[in-house]
Design a protein around this ligand. Sequence first.
Ligand SMILES: Cc1ncc(COP(=O)(O)O)c(C=O)c1O
Length: 351
Amino acid sequence: MQTPELTRGFGSDNHSPVHPRILEALTLVNQGHAAAYGQDPYTERARARFREIFNHPVEVFFVFNGTAANVLVLRSLLKSHEAVITAETSHLAVDECGAPEFHGGHKVLTCRTVDGKIGPEDIKPWLIRKGDQHAVQPRLVSIAQPTEFGTVYTIDELKRLRQFCNDNGLYLHMDGARLANACVQLNCSFADLTTGVGLDALSLGGAKNGLLGAEAVVLFSQSHASDFRFIQKQEMQLPSKVRFFAAQFEAYFANNFWREIAMRSCELAQKLAAGLREIPAVSITQKVESNAVFARVPKHWIKPLKDVCFFYVWNERDWTLRLMLSYDNDESDIRRFLDAAIKLSNQGTLT
Ligand SMILES: Cc1ncc(COP(=O)(O)O)c(C=O)c1O
């Protein structure tokens, strides 16, 4: 069978292959019979590992994708008249095809944001009608760490948000599709950004970090966990061969492999941003704090740049590109892209 030739680009960290070390972990557990639905010894071992990593008696549930992780958290923490507050740019609000509204019927209340982050001042206006029988009741704040703009909440910002949530009877959920990148940026552990902050729930990403279709929901309190398994099944997100999910996360945590993967993509993002900053017609529009670079370029650059390295245009009003680095990109991808941008820039000066 002929394999199509694929070139690396900056389209998404979802475009990268499964990391060979993860494939190896899958092969290792691919023998013998093991009980299904998470009753097997591999899954038991992985659950124990999660408890060590998060330094808390967390409950872990493996699901097929990040959208499901987010939606299941809402379904298990919210009642039908309760709403989630999130950034207007969040995956939950704009990239889940209405799944939160469809599956749980929960209203999604959005806050304006310039850098993907939200804070108490952004949330407050939604609390005005708390207790009013005629209004939907805000009950959970969902943030992404890093945000969809690749920006990162500091630990202080997270703690302030937690305090605000406590003061206002709100749960705090973190969409950690790329949580490892935030840990690298802040030089801290998974536990520091979650247990240390007092999260209620976490969606922990795998697919963007070299895993194969494996994401995890991490719940920090037993009371939230008790109904979760029923909701997970009802929502068709209970895998049968859970050992293959568990094995991937075990390998991801082993010897801080997660940090290695995240460090690589974050370093590459810094290199790409540094090169782009040298080109006068390019402006970097967001702080580069994880594996994403948001860069505004002249419109006529889009096609020739895409021809050398694929990416998505984030904003077609001002031609901002979203350039996502993956662990498997390398310096030659960056060089190829920068050379093309420099060439376009020089052509601009000549005409
Ligand atoms: C911030 C964020 N959350 C969650 C997801 C999960 O998406 P999926 O359902 O495609 O796994 C993504 C994927 O792009 C994301 O960027």
